[in-house]
Ligand binder design. Structure first.
Ligand SMILES: [Zn+2]
Length: 334
């Protein structure tokens, strides 16, 4: 029950935020003596994976939910365990975990579990190949994150209702014609690609984000983060995202000191404390470049346009011939 203790210790949101603040302060170098420093990027940014442009810090709240969901997964997939029987008998003697609702008299533990229910929904799906005795349109069974449901197709009321109806009489192959006429093209292809095992037992609950179908805290945490990204409209598979991932991966792999990598991270995220940025943060100061004294100190000026910077570039063993467009700015993507 280590996971539960962990959550209980951080049950108070204010306490959780205090922890995040301490982590933030540590990262940005703030201390009691020196006073408050500027936090140049949001905690959410720091908590993103490194290959997605963050620093890979764990979001404590999401990580806790993933830990709690592990206990729930155990109860759902191993119903014969004593713990599973006790939990079911006490909290949802009738019906299943997913339909259980919160009550004012619920224990603290159970309230935490109900909060983590959504994490389970982000990865739990029924495997085909058992008895396939579950509903087509409202049971999570398609390997399609995050809904795991087929797209709605207008039906006249005579179509199949149960997954087992989509199989041939022997129950060992998909009824291709029926599948193609009952679903969208994309879903039909997905269904026909699902292997059917000869095991005729009950259909099992499997974890979508693990090849073996086993729940892991790491994959659950990643599923939560991915779902959040989808919600804010940055789909994983877009070409721009793929290019960005490649860029970050090669940046973090560079054979240079870590502090230089973090300096690059700040450059690319445009959070260097140049005078223009400091002024934007409310600091009263002169915005003219302190090296040449001629122009405004933007990151582009400091690193590329400033006469001093150009002198350094001339001495550096860098050829821009293949990437002339990258010669004068720090932004990602050309
Ligand atoms: Zn200058």
């Amino acid at each position: 029950m280590k996971e539960l203790t962990l959550f209980v210790r951080r049950k108070n949101k204010a306490r959780l935020w205090k922890r995040l603040l301490i982590a933030s302060k540590f990262w940005w170098g703030s201390s009691e003596e020196k006073g408050r420093k500027i936090y140049w990027a949001k905690w959410e940014k720091l908590a993103e994976e490194k290959e997605k442009g963050g620093l890979g810090f764990k979001d404590i709240h999401d990580f806790n939910l993933a830990l709690i969901a592990k206990q729930i997964w155990r109860v759902l997939t191993e119903p014969t365990l004593l713990m599973s029987k006790v939990i079911k008998g006490k909290y949802f003697p009738v019906g299943d975990f997913f339909s259980s609702q919160p009550h004012s008299y619920d224990s603290w533990m159970w309230r935490c579990w109900l909060k983590a229910k959504e994490v389970i929904r982000l990865g739990a799906r029924l495997s085909v190949g058992g008895d396939n005795n579950f509903r087509i349109w409202n049971s999570p069974w398609l390997p399609k994150f995050p809904s795991f449901l087929p797209d709605y197709v207008h039906r006249d009321g005579n179509g199949p209702i149960w997954v087992k109806e989509l199989l041939n009489d022997e129950g060992n192959e998909w009824n291709k014609d029926l599948v193609c006429t009952s679903f969208s093209k994309r879903d039909a292809e997905l269904i026909l690609s699902l292997p059917l095992s000869q095991n005729r037992g009950n259909s099992k609950l499997i974890w979508h984000h693990n090849k073996k179908g086993h729940y892991t805290v790491k994959s659950a945490y990643e599923a939560i983060r991915l779902f959040k990204q989808i919600q804010i409209g940055t789909p994983e598979s877009s070409d721009a995202n793929k290019g960005r991932k490649k860029m970050w991966r090669s940046t973090w792999k560079l054979n240079i000191k870590n502090k230089l990598k973090h300096f690059l991270w700040k450059c690319i995220n445009d959070i260097l404390p140049t005078s223009t940025h400091l002024i934007q943060r409310g600091i009263k100061m002169d915005d003219i470049c302190c090296l040449c004294g001629c122009e405004v100190e933007t990151p582009e000026h400091l690193f590329f346009q400033c006469s001093r910077a150009q002198d350094i570039w001339k001495m550096a063993p860098v050829k821009w011939t293949n990437h002339p467009e990258k010669k004068n700015h720090l932004k990602i993507g050309g």
